[in-house]
Write a protein that binds this ligand. Sequence first.
Ligand SMILES: C[S@@+](CC[C@H](N)C(=O)[O-])C[C@H]1O[C@@H](n2cnc3c(N)ncnc32)[C@H](O)[C@@H]1O
Length: 265
Amino acid sequence: MNRDFIAGHWYADIYEQFENETRDVAFLLNVLRSCANGSAQRILEAACGGGRISIPLAKAGHTVTGFDMDLHMLLRCYRQMKGMSNIRCYLADALTAQWGSEFDVVVLAGNVLINIETDMDYAEAQRIFIRKAAMALRSGGHLYLDFDLLYDPVRFFSRLRQSSYFSGTDDMGTSGRTISYGSVYDPVTHMCAGTSHLELTANNGESFVISKLWHKHIPAQNQVYGWLREAGLTIERSYKNYSDEPLHEPIDESTHRATIWARKD
Ligand SMILES: C[S@@+](CC[C@H](N)C(=O)[O-])C[C@H]1O[C@@H](n2cnc3c(N)ncnc32)[C@H](O)[C@@H]1O
């Protein structure tokens, strides 16, 4: 079997096993209850992955559309949405595809803003995600944006040390682990780069390594706020670290997570 297929399948399966965080999903459902009067919303989740967020949104009665560029992730989503009539998902690259229109809410969550897969200028890709989200909303609709916003990105991102984030065996019998050697962060450009690899053993006993060089742009608060303004989005509420406390401007030392509810003018 093709190694990229084995690796893609393994990663999606292990991601589902390990990334089973529900706190952020519960927080989103609460924000929808309090900010959208508890009524069922027409929601788009861009980069929905395996449906960790989209499936609970549909189970809560919302009408959900999700898309992602990773087929292995999407297959997980299809499996879970079987028998549900208020959710649909499709394969698409967010940067080139049309996102549709007239949604009540667009969700950019699960840290997608700093996990975009692209070869283009990373900050530009982030700006495009926000612009496309705004274009997909009806007038008066809302963007829900949830991402890591760190007071001191140097401390968090500039560290060189070996670590393994995921390890385990998937449903095809492929076993393995991710190995990262850390990253470096440039405080002037806000670019962060690192190197990592997957060590996998397929069910036929064959072992192989898939290497990955990655880079991303870590946006500052004022940059994200600028992209929102430019896209015609006005911040109505913001939440620090999944609490009721709004984000300070500039953020304070204890901030690590930003959640924003912004209205399309
Ligand atoms: C960190 S995961 C988050 C998935 C999901 N939102 C969640 O919270 O579980 C990031 C997802 O973004 C998707 N993604 C990254 N870049 C993308 C792009 N350009 N177009 C569509 N999906 C993309 C990846 O395939 C991956 O599923």
